[in-house]
Design a protein around this ligand. Structure first.
Ligand code: HMG
Length: 390
């Protein structure tokens, strides 16, 4: 029984900040952001946009196209959770009118949780091939103003429909995984911003990629040349390039590593370069970008994936692209969304960042900004109130 991704849809906020402006405001050489880190623009979520509205907006085109019938599982992956008890997916269940037979759960392990959600969904569909699962990955990346992590902020959501006989990508069963208890990046419940040991986190990421790849390669006998493309978790685009370079080095490849990396990884980076980190969604934003923009057809080609979540869990896995996949993409929608965003000034970004919303659950209405198909209208008696945008 083949299972995997039947549809993939990406959403990011309607506002963004040009990192050229941030570089000027922080007195940093722009080349550090554009060349050193590999980022150009970051997504800015307005106050009435959160992980629920972004995930529902990502999923809406899929529901509009294929309907809700047969969807009996929603797995919501996030590390920007809005409630300690209720799954964010339940709000999406309501907004999209999903069936009452559909089970909903939220999963957390930093940026890795989208991958375990995808693999669990695939296993559940394999056990019951007429059913479908919706995997939602949605996050807002937030570091202190003026911190080294600041230019790597961003936001976004990816929705994936997981089915038997998928139209986009069949997942291979094999994987390599690496888990270790480390404090490279974390966000205690009392903090809106993540704490991060930046340089250490990049070393842990690279080590996790190498260990996961070594295991996968031993298990499958595959080498990096067996992959037409590779997609990585993308906290910033140069991290993905460094990770591929490391795997090439580990595989004994001494020459042309830069060119090989550009050919195998380059086409997955374009969207992230324009949105910044979307944590759990970031790897799959890379996959959406690759499928949308690859210049040659990827029909029947094998793609390698490295998923990383700080703390840390890493997994290398793979999948094979379904022939005819190009007929099932939302390329125009994704590209229009990225091109039609409203640029904010550094002052407007800082005002949004610093906006203090009551955290005591008292009634509150959010000013209406541009959002996707849904917005967070306010709080009433400790309840989050969402609405569709007409
Ligand atoms: P930093 O210390 O400000 O930067 O922060 P740097 O001094 O290391 O410079 C970065 C790169 O720019 C370097 O290149 C410089 O040489 C280069 P590299 O040595 O790395 O190849 N550079 C320049 N290039 C051209 N022109 C110039 C110039 N100046 C410098 N003028 C850091 C960098 C990544 C540490 C910071 O942004 C940070 O803390 N980010 C957040 C943490 C992060 O993203 N970690 C990644 C791995 S962990 C992960 O991916 C998980 C995560 O997504 C969370 C989760 O799992 O939930 C974060």
């Amino acid at each position: 029984m083949t299972t995997g991704i039947d549809r993939i849809s990406f959403y990011t906020s309607r506002y963004c900040l040009d990192l050229k402006d941030l570089a000027a405001a922080r007195g940093v050489d722009w080349n550090k952001y554009s060349i050193g880190i590999g980022q150009e623009i970051m997504g800015i979520p307005p106050p009435d946009e959160d992980i629920v509205t972004m995930a529902a907006s990502a999923a809406k085109p899929i529901i509009d196209e294929v309907g809700v019938e047969g969807i009996d599982l929603v797995l919501f992956a996030t590390e920007s959770s809005i409630d300690q008890s209720k799954s964010a997916g339940l709000f999406v269940h309501g907004l999209l009118g999903l069936p009452s037979r559909c089970r909903v759960v939220e999963l957390k392990q930093a940026c890795y949780s989208g991958t375990i959600a995808l693999r669990m969904a695939a296993m559940m569909v394999a056990a019951s091939p007429t059913s479908k699962a919706l995997v939602l990955c949605s996050d807002i990346a937030r570091y202190d103003l003026g911190s080294p992590g600041e230019p790597t902020q961003g936001c976004g959501a990816v929705a994936m429909l997981v089915t038997a006989k998928p139209s986009l990508l069949t997942l291979d069963p094999e994987y390599g995984a690496h888990t270790e208890d480390v404090m490279d990046f974390w966000r205690p419940n009392y903090s809106e911003e993540a704490f991060v040991d930046g340089k250490y986190s990049t070393r842990i990421y690279l080590n996790s990629a190498a260990e996961s790849w070594r295991q996968y390669a031993e298990l499958t006998g595959r080498s990096l040349s067996d992959f037409a493309r590779c997609c990585y978790h993308i906290p910033f685009t140069n991290m993905a390039a460094k990770a591929h370079d490391r795997l090439l080095k580990e595989s004994g490849i001494r020459e042309d590593r830069k060119e090989i990396t550009a050919a195998q990884v380059g086409e997955s980076l374009g969207y992230n370069r324009m949105t910044g980190n979307s944590y759990s969604a970031s790897l799959y934003e890379g996959l959406a970008c690759l499928l949308d923009t690859a210049t040659e057809s990827l029909d029947n080609k094998r793609i390698g994936f490295f998923s990383y979540g700080s703390g840390s869990v890493g997994e290398f896995f793979s999948g094979v692209v379904t022939p005819g996949y190009r007929d099932h993409l939302y390329t125009d929608r994704h590209q229009t969304l990225l091109e039609s965003r409203t640029a904010v000034t550094v002052q407007q970004y800082e005002d949004i960042f610093n906006l203090s919303v009551p955290s005591d659950g008292w009634d509150y209405s959010f000013t209406e900004y541009q959002t996707g198909d849904f917005r967070l209208a306010g709080m009433q008696a400790h309840k989050r109130m969402y609405e569709a945008v007409s």
